[in-house]
Design a protein around this ligand. Structure first.
Ligand code: NI
Length: 219
């Protein structure tokens, strides 16, 4: 499942994060790329400092509190997140993310936009699909969530700079298709409850959802 989730960071969060980003030091992003991805990676990322970690902790808290993210990703753990920066001419060529990062399996990848899209050109995230490549250009504060199994790239920046937080999730539900069914069931359960309260249909749907999670979840 491929999804854009709006307003993960509020305007107040964004102001805080942008203020903090100004104090960070950035280094060549190849330091955290796998052997093959390093040959196509040309961006920068913030060095690990208390200021960077406070940004990443804020993002983690907002993600854990976000109902759509919770339903779509069902996070068990996060791999270490990064603050990434693409300046004029930088890009990240076609690659697949490492299967294991920071000792945890990567099921889902995400990019959370810090920059306003009016401030740069290029830098679309392009995810290859079995059908056709999809290009994503996010508003500040929005997040794109996509399977880590995909080939993807970031197009070259032709003006300005693009700041984002990138990260990876180990999901309680490893299989993408099962995760999507549970996401749909969440919506069905919520809609039935809103329409008719705790009816017999609601109880049946809620029971099925719970038992599928019991069958599939790794915790
Ligand atoms: Ni990637």
């Amino acid at each position: 499942m491929f999804m854009v989730i709006g307003n993960v960071l509020s305007d107040a969060d964004l102001a805080l994060v942008r203020g903090a980003v100004g104090k960070l030091d950035f280094v060549d992003g190849r330091s955290t790329a796998g052997r093959f991805a390093a040959t196509v990676k040309a961006n920068e990322q913030a060095t690990a400092t208390a200021a960077r970690d406070s940004i990443l902790e804020l993002v983690r808290q907002r993600l854990l509190a976000h109902p759509v993210f919770a339903s779509a990703a069902r996070p068990l753990r996060f791999a270490p997140m990064l603050v990434s920066r693409y300046r004029h001419g930088m890009e990240y060529g076609l690659h697949v993310d490492d299967a294991i990062m920071g000792g945890t399996r990567t099921d889902l990848s995400f990019t959370l936009a810090i920059s306003d899209p009016a401030d740069y050109d290029g830098a679309d995230l392009i995810v290859e699909d079995t059908f056709e490549p999809r290009a994503v250009r996010l508003n500040a504060g929005d997040l794109v969530l996509y399977p880590s199994t995909t080939l993807h790239r970031v197009a070259p920046v032709t003006r300005g700079e693009r700041l984002a937080v990138v990260g990876w999730v180990t999901s309680q539900i490893r299989d993408c298709g099962q995760r999507e069914m549970l996401f749909d069931l969440d919506r069905a359960v919520n809609e039935v409850f809103a329409r008719e309260g705790k009816s017999a249909l609601f109880d049946t749907l809620a029971k099925t959802r719970s038992n599928l999670i019991r069958m599939w979840a790794e915790v």
